[in-house]
Design a protein around this ligand. Structure first.
Ligand code: FE2
Ligand code: FE2
Length: 215
């Protein structure tokens, strides 16, 4: 398969990352995340590792797809560099690593994906595209609300994740499945529900924060 161009091939049908998100991040999440950025930074570090591991898993699943292998190898290295940048930010800001349970987002998103081909590859690429799009949106929302060193980092990461969205959605489209847009819509509906409903844990991709019960 030919590698998608920078703007995802073919350009005529390419979606922008903010166009495929069917619900904006709730204001309550933005307020909580900006106030509890130290806690969120720990989950963010985990998300960067997970993004690298998602790319590697796809490389193991589809070793015959040379164009995908090349693109994802670069992407996995970039995600690990992001991880190192977040680690440096944690060290600089005195944020200790605390073991956290993952939120529901990744797990619940994976639950609806097809587990065999045809269909599995498209679903994996589309779900990765949605996660990257949501990450780009949230970095953009948080950047102006965070202290200076983090604001700059989040601005840069937002631009990277938007590019990753284009890469994944470009490969999804290039599979040539006639229903790729319809499937993207189905998965986007599910994704929008996950970020629009209450969730106890505050995570980078969590839903509406639930206020802690009084002690
Ligand atoms: Fe990243
Ligand atoms: Fe990414």
């Amino acid at each position: 398969m030919k590698a998608p161009a920078r703007r995802a091939a073919p350009a005529s049908a390419a979606a922008e990352h903010d166009e495929i998100l069917l619900a904006p991040t709730p204001a309550a999440w933005v307020r909580a995340a900006a106030a509890r950025w130290r806690e969120l930074l720990v989950d963010h570090a985990n998300c960067e590792k997970k993004a690298a591991s998602t790319a590697l898993a796809l490389m193991f699943a589809y070793p015959e797809d040379r164009a995908l292998l090349r693109a994802l190898s670069r992407l996995a290295r970039e995600e690990l560099r992001h991880f190192e940048q977040v680690l440096r930010a944690m060290e600089g800001l005195g944020v200790a690593f605390v073991r956290q349970r993952p939120g529901r987002y990744g797990h619940q998103l994976r639950r609806v994906l097809r587990t065999s081909d045809p269909g599995r590859k498209l679903d994996l690429l589309l779900s990765a595209a949605l996660i990257e799009a949501r990450s780009a949106e949230r970095f953009g929302l948080l950047a102006p609300r965070l202290p200076a060193p983090l604001a700059r980092l989040y601005q840069e990461l937002g631009e990277s994740e938007a590019r990753h969205f284009e890469l994944y959605s470009g490969f999804a489209e290039a599979l040539g499945s006639p229903d790729w847009r319809a499937r993207l819509h189905e998965l986007a509906v599910h994704e929008a529900q996950l970020i629009s409903t209450p969730e106890a844990a505050l995570r980078f991709h969590s839903g509406i924060p639930v206020p802690a019960a009084p002690a």
